[in-house]
Design a protein around this ligand. Structure first.
Ligand code: PAF
Length: 282
């Protein structure tokens, strides 16, 4: 039984809680999630607490950002565990709406960020970032926090959210949070639960490959051949398709042939049923 964390299901009740918290002089922090929480989410709450003193999360599995409805149905869930993790991290409220609260009958609006959503995951998951942009816009407008925290593991998502907040004049500061990793280097992700034991043993290879690639780029090897070599090594080791392994600029995500401007290596690869993504600053 969890106490001390308020569970809220309607937008109206959320607004009441936030209004009261503001009257009490609090600064509001918000961590949108889809549940299936892990230490990476705890770090988002803790990051929010660096800049706000009344931090909450949302738990909403957003159907608009999934390619098929099976994925929505099987998305990791465990509400009581999620509440316990959020409370231990210092969260004060959880907004956990039903589908109809977010997308009532007749809902007909979509938020699209064009250029930033085109490459990387956007090229492989059509419509995904429209779904993310639409729900994040709604979640931010409903709560109107002072700060909202998003992880750098989903760096493209983070950049898209920063852009929509800027373009739509939403008065919230977006705080990036560094990727949290398991002790063997695998980036924490709700999807890691889909890995079999053998796949889980192989999965941490992605991060050292990013590190090796960064070293090769620093030695001035051309980005295209570095990527080709790493993709071959990953598939030889047993990864399924490697969707991308690319050097891109942090600001507009344009493809780079060599490091220069602030840049990151971005990777997405399938391992069994799990699609793993990771990135590393170069
Ligand atoms: O990163 C996620 O968990 C989701 O994409 C988000 C930001 C909560 C939107 O549904």
């Amino acid at each position: 039984m969890t106490s001390g964390i308020e569970v809220i299901q309607s937008i109206e009740a959320l607004r009441r809680t936030i209004t009261q918290a503001r009257r009490d002089g609090h600064r509001i922090g918000y961590v949108p999630t889809m549940g299936g929480l892990h230490q990476g989410h705890a770090a988002l709450v803790e990051k929010g607490l660096e800049r706000a003193n009344f931090v909450g999360a949302s738990i909403f599995v957003n159907p608009k950002q999934f390619d098929n409805s099976d994925e929505v149905a099987t998305y990791p869930a465990g509400f009581e565990d999620d509440l316990a993790l959020l409370e231990a991290a210092g969260a004060r409220f959880v907004f956990a709406p039903e589908q109809d609260e977010i997308y009532p009958q007749g809902f007909d609006t979509s938020v699209t960020v064009d250029d930033l959503a085109a490459p990387l995951c956007g090229a492989h998951r059509p419509g995904h970032f429209d779904g993310v942009s639409t729900v994040v816009t709604k979640l931010l407008m409903q709560c109107m926090p002072d700060v909202a925290v998003f992880g750098e593991k989903d760096f493209q998502q983070l950049r898209i959210i920063q852009k929509l907040v800027q373009d739509l004049d939403i008065p919230v500061e977006i705080l990036p949070c560094p990727t949290v990793r398991e002790t063997d280097g695998l980036a924490c992700s709700s999807r890691n639960r889909y890995l079999t034991e053998a796949e889980r043993a192989l999965a941490p290879m992605l991060n050292p490959k990013l590190v090796e690639a960064r070293e090769a780029l620093i030695r001035r090897e051309p980005a295209a051949s570095v990527s080709r070599n790493v993709i071959a090594q990953l598939t030889d080791a047993g990864f399924g398709s490697v969707e991308y392994f690319e050097l891109r600029a942090e600001d507009d995500l344009r493809l780079l042939t060599a490091p220069g401007a602030p840049a990151r290596l971005f990777a997405a690869a399938w391992l069994g049923e799990a699609r793993l993504i990771d990135n590393l600053p170069v």
